[in-house]
Design a protein around this ligand. Structure first.
Ligand SMILES: [Zn+2]
Ligand SMILES: [Zn+2]
Length: 331
């Protein structure tokens, strides 16, 4: 099959012919029809994350159809449409897993980082970590739900209860969260790179009541803020915009250093917290909610072989919504 391989950090991905993977016990094989491009893929490619497998096939927003069952799999049938997310495996035995916090597992496996992912024509995955996808969105449109949507949803939950919500960085996650926030009756305020009027217009189209540059103060104090841009200096800016008792949730897996800041910004029981990975329950809850909103993702499909160009576009911020790679057989 055709796959895009990362041989080492800092290298461009390499288009390669590799054997179609065979599912072992407990796994399904999926014929990939779409795979979203997530900012985490950039962090994998750049070597910002410290425990990768190399070479690795990136991609953890995978949509496809089950095309082969490994021994013992009863959860899915051939032809089922499934999604494969970032959380590819947990140990089930560590204190976090036993406490229902498998997103913090001590011995996890992540798709497209330690387990080969979806920048390929086929992928195998542990069936217990795959999800049936709701009817409605097409394969390309469903792909961003599997990380941008899921992590955004988990971040939003951490911000609740909340009426006025700030969203810093208006990319794939934010454009989904804005729709959920409106559905939940929140008033969302979007913060973009200063001068990015296109992203600000996009945010207003999606129901945000205000959009401006990240250095601006919103017209009302915020109950909470979510930061999706990997930019540490946004933390004090967001803290300055949230009211007493408010929460700033950091939704990215990697961020530049958070600068020193006056304690006054944190005073008043303001909280700064990160969100790490997802639990399978997050996925079940979010995928049930998505058709009720209903979430409409804005996607730009690109051929699988153009994965390097897709990553470059994401780095430049040269898109609205989400980029999705499509293998030749699904074009
Ligand atoms: Zn564990
Ligand atoms: Zn992701």
């Amino acid at each position: 099959m055709k796959a895009m391989l990362l041989d080492a950090p800092g290298m461009p991905l390499r288009l390669a012919d590799v054997p179609v993977p065979e599912p072992v016990a407990g796994q399904v094989r999926v014929k990939v029809s779409a795979c979203g491009v997530c900012r985490t893929d950039l962090h994998v490619a750049d070597g910002d994350l410290k425990h990768p497998k190399h070479p690795i096939i990136p991609g953890h927003e995978i949509v496809g159809r089950v095309d082969k069952l490994g021994p013992g799999v009863t959860r899915f049938a051939l032809g089922d449409r499934v999604g494969i997310p970032w959380l590819g495996h947990t140990c089930g035995a560590c204190p976090y897993c036993r406490a229902g916090r498998e997103n913090l597992c001590d011995a996890p496996g992540f798709t497209g980082y330690q387990i080969d992912g979806g920048y390929a024509e086929y992928a195998v995955a542990d069936a217990d970590y795959c999800f049936p996808l709701p009817d409605g969105p097409g394969d390309v449109e469903a792909a961003p739900l599997l990380c941008a949507g899921l992590i955004g949803f988990r971040a939003l939950r951490m911000a609740m209860p909340c009426t006025t919500l700030g969203i810093y960085g208006f990319g794939a996650a934010a454009h989904i969260v804005a729709q959920v926030a409106r559905h939940e009756g929140m008033r969302a305020f979007a913060f973009t790179r200063p001068g990015d009027t296109q992203a600000q217009m996009f945010a207003r189209e999606l129901g945000c009541v205000w959009a401006g540059g990240s250095e601006e103060r919103p017209p009302e104090a915020l109950d909470a803020a979510l930061i999706f841009a990997p930019v540490g200096p946004l933390v004090p800016l967001a803290l300055a915009a949230v009211r007493k008792g408010g929460t700033v949730v950091l939704g990215g897996i990697h961020m530049s250093d958070v600068p020193a800041m006056p304690y006054d910004l944190l005073w008043g029981e303001r909280v700064v917290r990160s969100v790490a990975n997802l639990t399978r329950q997050d996925a079940i809850d979010f995928l049930a909610l998505a058709p009720r909103v209903p979430i409409v993702t804005h996607t730009t499909p690109m051929p699988l072989a153009e994965a390097n160009e897709a990553l470059a576009r994401l780095r430049r911020g040269d898109l609205t919504g989400a980029l999705v790679l499509v293998p030749e057989h699904a074009l």
